[in-house]
Design a protein around this ligand. Structure first.
Ligand SMILES: N[C@@H](CCC(=O)N[C@@H](CS)C(=O)NCC(=O)O)C(=O)O
Length: 201
């Protein structure tokens, strides 16, 4: 199986971390989305990474589908709980973390324009702030996001926090304003899967 990815995509990082935690070997193929010969569109009509290309040539996207596929490849150490209610909560944490990522990505892209749209920036910033406040409050003093055990919820939040530290540290100070999320981030950064997939400034 081959993963098409970019180094700093938080969604692709989520997939890489899940693969490492599950001890699943993936061939990693780094792509440049703007390159004319970029293979991504051939496998994903949306033209987005990550894409998992299976051995038979079929492809899976987006990151939420890929992580579910990988989690079910091996029965050991499930990152998405089998029990229905816990599974729904893990996926809600993931949806919120990914949604905040979407808003940060939209802001970063808009700011690269010659004349950024202030209304769009404010709308996306509202989503970031409301999302982070909810994650901070819901985590509270727990070590992990759901059921006191490490899961996809922690991975998704960790990828968001890594992306914020990479692209948004001038706007959001995790250590100062989000102590619960900062504590989670510090715990995650001790794991090999997080260390080897660190975004590159
Ligand atoms: N919901 C998607 C989001 C993927 C996504 O937005 N990836 C970005 C890179 S961080 C991308 O490929 N952007 C290129 C584009 O939008 O054309 C997922 O979870 O995989």
């Amino acid at each position: 199986m081959k993963l098409l990815y970019t180094v700093n995509s938080p969604y692709a990082r989520k997939v890489r971390i899940v693969a490492t935690e599950k001890h699943i070997d993936l061939v990693l193929e780094e792509v440049v989305l703007t390159a004319p010969d970029c293979p991504v569109k051939q496998y994903n009509p949306l033209g987005k990474v990550p894409v998992l290309v299976l051995d038979d040539g079929d492809s899976l996207y987006d990151s939420r589908v890929i992580v579910e596929y990988l989690d079910n490849r091996t029965p050991l150490a499930h990152l998405i709980p089998q029990e229905h209610s816990s599974k729904v909560w893990v996926r809600r944490w993931e949806a919120l973390a990914d949604g905040v990522c979407d808003a940060v990505v939209a802001i970063v892209m808009e700011k690269r324009k010659a004349t950024p749209d202030e209304m769009l920036l404010n709308k996306q910033l509202d989503k970031v702030m409301r999302g982070l406040a909810t994650l901070e409050k819901d985590l509270d003093t727990q070590k992990w996001c759901v059921n006191n055990s490490f899961s996809l919820a922690d991975i998704a939040v960790g990828c968001l926090l890594g992306y914020i530290n990479l692209r948004f540290s001038g706007v959001v100070d995790l250590a100062k304003d989000y102590p619960n999320l900062q504590r989670l981030n510090e715990a995650l950064l001790k794991r090999q899967s997080f260390i080897e997939s660190m975004p590159v400034p």
